[in-house]
Write a protein that binds this ligand. Structure first.
Ligand code: NDP
Length: 242
């Protein structure tokens, strides 16, 4: 398979590939010709189904645990592409946010990115080739009430990605972040109608995004067509953050 944004012959790991945006990314990368390893935490059946559909492999690991994140990367093999998509929310206003809700969001969303990147960087540097895409959020760029933990983790991902992009650039390893707006998945299903309506009203393209909207952007950033793009934060948000 050749053509625009082909990933033929590449090996990719997508964390949180069992559902939602991660699932769409795994399908998209495989459609572009990559061999894809589907990382997941608890959705074994869903992850195995995705892996079967795309002729890939599912590997269980909790990325909030650094040693599990390292094992995941090790089991995946010599990665050309790493997509850090695994993430969660534990929303609440600051006065009532528990230490545990703070810790689990930072450890999963930001700690997971750190641990997988650390594990994958050495091999990518040695091979002088690699593309890393980390999933941030518009919430990390603009903030959102009730999401101080999530916003901190997603803003942290942007700083982390830029620093790592500078660190790895001379070895031809690119690191970029994607900041999606509101995408229809299990994560946003819980939003009250009033919030959805307000979001739609402030989104110039006047719709919520689909997981596939994000997946196409990830494919591009992983491809040779993006070979001069590193340290970028690409908003995939229907114009929300303009
Ligand atoms: P979902 O809740 O639908 O899926 C989350 C995925 O992350 C699941 O596959 C889940 O695995 C995995 N995951 C969660 N915690 C861990 C962990 N500790 N270790 C390994 N895997 C884990 O979320 P979305 O698809 O909506 O979101 C995907 C990413 O995009 C997240 O980083 C999110 O913050 C970001 N994002 C989403 C937006 C949206 O509007 N939906 C907007 C902006 C950013 P399992 O089910 O197996 O536990």
């Amino acid at each position: 398979m050749s053509g625009f944004c082909t990933l033929e012959g590449r090996l990719a790991l997508v964390t949180g590939g069992s559902r939602g945006i991660g699932r769409a990314i795994a399908v998209e990368l495989a459609g572009a010709g990559a061999q894809v390893v589907v990382g997941y935490r608890s959705g074994a059946e869903e992850a195995e189904a995705v892996a079967k559909e795309i002729g890939g492999r599912a590997v269980q690991a909790d990325v909030s645990q650094p040693e599990e994140a390292a094992r995941l990367v090790e089991e995946a093999g010599d990665l050309d592409i790493l997509v850090n998509n695994a993430g969660l929310t534990r929303d609440g206003l600051i006065a009532r946010m528990s230490d545990e809700d703070w810790r689990i969001v930072i450890d999963t969303n930001l700690g997971g990115v750190f641990a997988t990147c650390r594990a994958a960087a050495r091999g990518m540097m040695r091979r002088r080739s690699g593309a890393i895409v980390n999933l941030s959020s518009v919430v990390g760029v603009h903030g959102n009430p009730g999401q101080t933990n999530y916003a901190a983790s997603k803003a942290g991902i942007i700083g982390f990605s830029k620093a790592l992009a500078r660190e790895l650039a001379t070895r031809n390893v690119r690191v970029n972040a994607i900041a999606p707006g509101y995408i229809e998945t299990a994560l946003t299903e819980v939003l009250p109608d009033s919030v959805r309506e307000a979001l739609l009203a402030s989104t110039p393209l006047a719709r919520l995004g689909a997981p596939e909207d994000v997946a196409g952007a990830v494919r591009f950033l992983c491809s040779d067509e993006a070979s001069f793009i590193t340290g970028e934060v690409l908003l995939v948000d229907g114009g929300l953050g303009m």
